[in-house]
Write a protein that binds this ligand. Structure first.
Ligand code: ADP
Ligand code: ADP
Length: 222
């Protein structure tokens, strides 16, 4: 069934920019959906509306199943780690904020970092890690609360191509294992086809979904 339904979604920013017009889009529970389109077509705006960080001008985001704030994880293009805190403390933060007991939080953060291949870097500081490793830490932090919904806004766009390929595989492996619902914003056709079962293609000015495509790959996704 559906987790989210966007209906007649429109958003005009305070300065008058019409970012979205009449977007209709359903997101299935456990689905990996890509939003594909050129810069400025409103992809980030959709994520902000889904996250509840912005209120729509028209229409709405229906949460078909209950999703609380802690049920949503975010990954942005910048890993946004706290530079003064060790990797383990960065990843543990969402659990600390949620009041999870310290020993349990520590264990879950360590597990999460091991799952993204950073088990040997728990006590490193962000500046000691490569861009790809920082992004893995950001993924671990977004998933440490076991969110139902993961929102990714061009997470790998700043990485070199090889690192990006590897992170695509790692993200798919995490999704296959944990089965969160993912909305992945990208302007890369390659990434959207490789990662997602369905692609919503957006066009600009004002942004709308112009086509939805189901992706069939010659190997099983799960
Ligand atoms: P995308 O993620 O596809 O690059 P965005 O959702 O960031 O697109 O932006 C859609 C449009 O809204 C663009 O024209 C952008 O310049 C504009 N926009 C984005 N954020 C704001 C804002 N806070 N205030 C005004 N205009 C904005
Ligand atoms: P992205 O490419 O990831 O969508 P942008 O470069 O469009 O990011 O936007 C970066 C930041 O600037 C965002 O926080 C967005 O809200 C803001 N922004 C983008 N366009 C505008 C705009 N025209 N006016 C004000 N803020 C904007």
């Amino acid at each position: 069934g559906d987790l989210l339904r966007l209906r007649g979604l429109g958003l005009t920013y305070a300065n008058g920019t019409r970012a979205l017009d009449n977007v209709d889009l359903a997101v299935g529970e456990g689905e990996f959906l890509s939003l594909l389109g050129p810069s400025g077509c409103g992809k980030s705006t959709i994520l902000r509306l889904v996250a509840g960080l912005l209120a729509p001008t028209t229409g709405g985001v229906e949460r078909v199943r209950p999703i609380t704030r802690g049920d949503t994880g975010f990954v942005f293009q910048e890993p946004t780690l706290m530079p003064w805190a060790r990797i383990i403390d960065n990843v543990r933060l969402p659990l600390d904020l949620a009041g999870v007991p310290r020993a349990e939080a520590q264990e879950r953060a360590e597990d999460g970092l091991a799952r993204v291949g950073l088990g040997d870097f728990l006590r490193a500081f962000p500046a000691e890690l490569s861009g790809g490793m920082k992004m893995r830490a950001a993924l671990a932090r977004a998933l440490v609360t076991a969110p139902r919904l993961l929102l990714l806004d061009e997470p790998f766009a700043a990485l070199d191509e090889i690192t990006r390929l590897k992170l695509n595989d790692d993200l798919l492996a995490l999704w296959e294992r944990e089965r969160f619902t993912a909305i992945f914003v990208t302007h890369s056709v390659f990434e959207s086809v490789y990662l997602s079962g369905r692609i919503a293609i957006m066009g600009p000015r004002p942004g709308r979904v112009v086509e939805q495509v189901t992706v069939e790959l010659p190997w099983p996704r799960d």
